[in-house]
Design a binder for this molecule. Sequence first.
Ligand code: SF4
Length: 100
Amino acid sequence: MTKSRRLFLCTLGTGAVAISLGTLTRQGIALAADIPKVDLNDPTAKALEYVHESPDAAKLCVGCQLYTGTADADWGPCAIFPGKVVNAKGWCKSWIAKAG
Ligand code: SF4
């Protein structure tokens, strides 16, 4: 295989991956918007004293190890509340600092 052909195939593969990731990201954002927000009256939310707005700016859901939303989203999934999203600025008693 020639060097230029290898370069062309490599560029083609990189482009395909970039398009796929872009599509997945857009789908992820759309899906997050469709997922219901955690209800403050949810028994788990009550037990963990979850709030949509953290009383401590240093301890936000977005900085929690259990938060899997994107850093720039207002709401995102949390391992404690499957099928729901929490506010990125929220907090609960299970907060644990994100590693790294
Ligand atoms: S465990 Fe609590 S603090 Fe952490 S993301 Fe979930 S709701 Fe937020």
